[in-house]
Write a protein that binds this ligand. Structure first.
Ligand SMILES: C[S@@+](CC[C@H](N)C(=O)[O-])C[C@H]1O[C@@H](n2cnc3c(N)ncnc32)[C@H](O)[C@@H]1O
Length: 274
């Protein structure tokens, strides 16, 4: 069912207001495919009726459901692999060396979706760096979507999701079978504090961070919002900390306080030194 231009503009406007996600012209198909299930769920006859209902309750639950439906939650275990190789070979060893006196690491995954990214990182820490078992690790993961955070907290994944990127030895070591699904062991789940955070709004207090993963989320925002978020990341990151962005993202022409690290396709940045 095609969406009319006025309704598309209305949906784009509220999605941008609530999440900073930009829906440019040409993305009508996306709105249609994401919102039609909601039209059926709400027993409405058309997208037009959905928009009418939204306008009648501009601050209601329906608005939140629409925003959730319009977020793209694509993710997988060890997505793109290179960042995780770089973390394993370069970044975590470097941070361990630099923080060996205090034995503390502060980490944030800023758009965790259903959790595969933060669990990939936690598995890397546990599996490759047993020395960290005696360290104080503060690991926060956040997303704008309540639904996604509930999935993160449960740590439950289908066989299909497991098949996307999770090496079998890690599955055996860190997951329990739950019927036809798999659940991350409690030992790992309790290492992460999950909370709702809208990147386009005020962030909760966080200590200065050693490592920020903010992958595959800036691409949805306009230039001003990307600059704003990178500016805030810069203030949160320790001067010798690291930021990971997605493969299609960069700080270039947005914030020249960052420099890209020379690790192949890893999207790893740090603050310019000196
Ligand atoms: C494509 S996923 C990326 C997940 C993971 N970082 C990865 O790279 O695999 C994008 C995530 O960003 C979240 N998101 C979108 N807009 C957001 C916002 N304004 N604040 C926080 N999270 C947002 C979505 O809910 C979604 O889970």
């Amino acid at each position: 069912m095609a969406i009319n231009p006025t309704d598309f503009d209305y949906i784009s406007k509220i999605v941008k207001e609530e999440s900073a996600i930009v829906l440019e012209k040409g993305k009508e198909y996306l709105v249609e495919s994401r919102l039609m299930p909601l039209v059926h769920q709400e027993k409405l006859e058309s997208l037009e009726n959905l928009v009418r209902k939204l306008k009648a309750q501009p601050r209601g639950e329906l608005r939140d459901t629409v925003i959730e439906a319009m977020t793209t939650n694509e993710t997988s275990f060890f997505r793109d692999i290179h960042p995780f190789e770089t973390l394993k070979k370069e970044i975590i060893p470097d941070l361990i060396e630099k923080r060996k006196d205090r034995k503390e690491l502060n980490i944030w995954c800023g758009a965790s979706s259903s959790g595969q990214e933060c669990y990939s990182l936690v598995m890397t820490l546990k599996n490759q760096f047993p020395v960290l078992d005696s360290w104080k690790i503060t690991f926060a993961a956040s997303d704008i979507s309540n639904q996604m955070l509930n999935r993160c907290r449960s740590g439950i994944y289908s066989q299909l999701e497991i098949n996307r990127g999770l090496p079998a030895p890690l599955m055996v070591k860190y997951f329990n079978r739950l019927g036809t699904e798999w659940q991350v062991k409690e030992e790992l789940r309790k290492m992460i504090q999950f909370r709702i955070t809208n990147l386009s709004e005020k962030w909760p207090f966080m200590p200065p961070l050693d490592l920020i993963m903010m992958r595959n989320v800036l691409i949805y925002f306009d230039v001003e919002m990307k600059k704003d978020i990178l500016g805030r990341v810069r203030k949160l990151l320790k001067p010798d900390g690291y930021l990971f962005l997605g493969a299609a993202e960069t700080t270039l022409n947005l914030d020249d306080n960052f420099e890209r690290m020379p690790y192949k396709q890893s999207g790893c940045y740090r603050l310019k030194q000196g």
